[in-house]
Design a protein around this ligand. Sequence first.
Ligand SMILES: O=P(O)(O)OC[C@H]1O[C@H](OP(=O)(O)OP(=O)(O)O)[C@H](O)[C@@H]1O
Ligand SMILES: O=c1cc[nH]c(=O)[nH]1
Ligand SMILES: [Mg+2]
Length: 209
Amino acid sequence: MSKVMVMDHPLIQHKIGLIRKKETGTKDFRETISEIAMMICYEATRHLELADVQIETPICSTTVKEIKGRKMAIVPILRAGLGMVDGALKMIPAAKIGHIGLYRDPETLKPVEYYCKLPADCAEREVFVVDPMLATGGSSVAAIRMLKEKGCKKIHFLCIIAAPEGVKAMQEAHPDVDVYIGALDEHLNEHGYIVPGLGDAGDRIFGTK
Ligand SMILES: O=P(O)(O)OC[C@H]1O[C@H](OP(=O)(O)OP(=O)(O)O)[C@H](O)[C@@H]1O
Ligand SMILES: O=c1cc[nH]c(=O)[nH]1
Ligand SMILES: [Mg+2]
C-alpha cells in the first residue's frame, strides 16, 4: 500500500494559511504556492538513494554523498499544477518536465483530457506529478493512469490541499503511488470544491477570475 504523508512542518502550515485567505492577491498566491511546492518536494525526495563519491576538498580527500544518477521528471496537471513546477525544480533542477492537460467538467466533475506531452524516456524516469488540489481525485487518478499507459512505474503525487474523498480515490485507483499532501481538509461541498480549501487554485494562480 502507498504512503499518504500529510506535511506537519510549521512553515508549510503557515504558508497554507496565507493562501487560504481570500484577500491574498495573485502575486502573493503564486509565490507562496511555489514556496510550498519546494518544501513538499523536499519531503517527497527523502527516499532518494545516495552513493559514496571520493572528492578533494581544498584541505584533503574525503568521501561525500551524491544522489545516485536517477532520472526524474516533474509532471504538472494543467493549469494549476504549473504553479508548483518552479518550486519543485528548485529541489530537483535536472528533472525533465512533462505536461498533462485536464480540466474538470463543472457539471459532471469528471476530468476532460486536452493535452499530453511527456519526456520521450518518461518510462525510465521517477515521476513527480504536481497539482495543488486533490478534490474528487478524478483529475489525478486520470493523469496517473495516462502516465502508467506510457510505461511510467515509479510515480509520486504532490498536492497542497486534499479532501478525504480524493485521497480515498487515489488509494483505490493507484495503491502503488505515494501521496504527499500539504493539508488534509474536511470534505467537498456540493460543487466539488474543497472545504475550507482555497477556492479555485488555477484562477487564483493566473488571476483569471
Ligand atoms: O480532484 P478533482 O475533483 O479532479 O479536482 C481537482 C482538479 O481541479 C482543478 O483543476 P481545474 O479543473 O479547475 O483546471 P485548471 O487547473 O485549469 O483551473 C485542480 O487544479 C485539479 O486539477
Ligand atoms: O477546491 C477546489 C477543487 C477543485 N479545484 C480547485 O481549484 N479547487
Ligand atoms: Mg480551476
